[in-house]
Design a protein around this ligand. Sequence first.
Ligand code: NAD
Length: 507
Amino acid sequence: MSGENGQPPSATPELREQAAAFLAEPHLHCIDGRWSPGAASATLPVENPASEAVISEVVLGTRADIDAAVAAARKALSGPWGRLKAFERARLLLAFAEQVERNAALLACVETLENGTPFALSMGSTCGLMPELLRYYAGWTTKLAGETLPAAPAGREALDWLVYTEREPVGVVGAITPWNAPLNIILLKLAPALAAGCTVVLKPAELTPLTGELLVRLAQEAGLPEGVLNLVQGRGEEVGAALAEHPGVDKISFTGSTEVGRSIVRAAAGNLKKVTLELGGKSPMVVFPDADLAEAIPTAAMACFFLSGQNCMAGTRLFVHESIHDQFVAGLSGMAQALKVGDGLEPDTVLGPLISAAQRQRVLDYIALGEAEGARRMTPERHFEGPGHYVAPVVFADCRADMRIVREEIFGPVLTVQRFGSEDLDALAARVNDTIYGLSGSVWSRDVSTALGFARRIDSGQVAVNAHAAVSPETPFGGNRQSGWGREMGRESLDAYLKTKAVSVRL
Ligand code: NAD
């Protein structure tokens, strides 16, 4: 993503002023098209992780707010929204995409302020993946057709029967989202849910509530009817849990930790609502000796350190062939030390801060644990003056499969390296798949049989060859095993927001 004169886009003083004006406004729930402080008078502070300053406050929701939002979403299903033609839903999604593009810089700036993502990276998404997602799903609205089936009940004449299916919206969707890539992840849910004709109650992460609010405002400006998209801010244990167990909700779409994912499943059991889960990961990268190292080394480094490691798809378990191991690790370590860590609003920042003091401490504890477990730390400590939850990227060599830094999701910039030798592909795959997760993965080789043969053996929802985490609106994304249930993006995502009705007509 480049701005004017080929430079990376940067947050201009005018943009920072516009963002500051937005931060200073009241930040409310949106229920049935109206902005309201809801049932409680308490607020939640929002911190800028780069400065540790409180930059804004949002209302703190309660169960009563969830009740009101779910009632509004249910009413909207049978209102004008439910009667729209498919192409009219497409038009609204296209208008929403235009609003996102028009406000791309403000969205990116607010994301940087509330979660630390480097501004140019956020802009890459607000100008790229986000409007593309909305347009991709706008295209699907008019293609969500059922089928006529050559069918008749047993013992009846086929000529006397007409059997067809209809695809209907699943109903009221509760969308619960995390803080690490708030804008993208909210749209991954909104775009297919709205395309399918559902209504939504959105509960963004309490650490990053402002980007969610901006998106809801833009959807309103695009003309989305009242009650179709509702927003309730608040804590996971209270409003998230209330949404997950609400009998008026037909489906929960959740992205977050595996642990909270389990509690969503338990909460959903009451009315057996549908659930899709995008959870944690500990994704492998496997580098064979014939890989293009000039490409593989920097890509593998960024596959782990991107978003300061706060990335569910992060390649955190690197397997390198012993013949290239030392060269590879030296390259990674050099790169890790050279990456500029700092405030995401500074134009040359590559890695921003971690989201919070607690997350920083958790990551530092894992780094200390890695040293105690006997992994060889290849990158020296870096100290950061002043405020900000910064952690420099760390490379650990000589890791073993039983180490906790290899087994557990750290969600910070910590790369673990293991070597492999002459074992065959099946034996290597057993080591690579020795994890409870199965979200992403990558294979690096110039040999098509090695690359594709190994890609087939990785037990993950998504595998890239000579790249890592290559996402696009058309490509299904999601996890195997404890990385989740279901898929987002692509045509498959729509299935989770639709239900099939079969109609059998006796002629
Ligand atoms: P989290 O699970 O703590 O929180 C996610 C959301 O769930 C937040 O909105 C939170 O308020 C809410 N929540 C918390 N407790 C709840 C409860 N009891 N009931 C209902 N809702 C509750 O996750 P996080 O710390 O915000 O995000 C980091 C995690 O998300 C990591 O594990 C990461 O791997 C995962 N993640 C996965 C994907 C993916 O696509 N697979 C993408 C991004 C992040």
